[in-house]
Design a protein around this ligand. Structure first.
Ligand SMILES: [Zn+2]
Length: 96
């Protein structure tokens, strides 16, 4: 789970999900950023649904509707895993 770099408090899974897009600490209200290494790792995670769904679709010949539902399920599963892999930083870090 992510730890606030300002006050050192560990966020819960629920708190992280509710703050996925703003990332402000629920305890000290400080704006947090995703660290560069975390962003690099999770960028791959975001592409996973696409990478997974193409071969699945080819293999089983699903209809468009089924493919979309599977895509949503995979995306939600990845979103649910996100708090476990998220690392926080006090400043916006560059990749380089
Ligand atoms: Zn904090």
């Amino acid at each position: 789970m992510p730890v606030c770099q300002n006050c050192g408090t560990k966020w819960t899974w629920k708190q992280t999900i509710r703050r996925l897009f703003r990332l402000n600490c629920p305890y000290c209200e400080t704006k947090q950023y995703e660290s560069a290494s975390s962003r690099f790792r999770n960028g791959g995670l975001a592409l996973l649904p696409l990478v997974l769904i193409l071969p699945i679709n080819v293999l089983f010949d699903f209809s468009v509707g089924t493919t979309i539902i599977i895509g949503i399920i995979i995306t939600l599963a990845i979103l649910g895993l996100y708090p476990f892999v998220l690392n926080l930083s006090n400043e916006e870090e560059a990749f380089w």
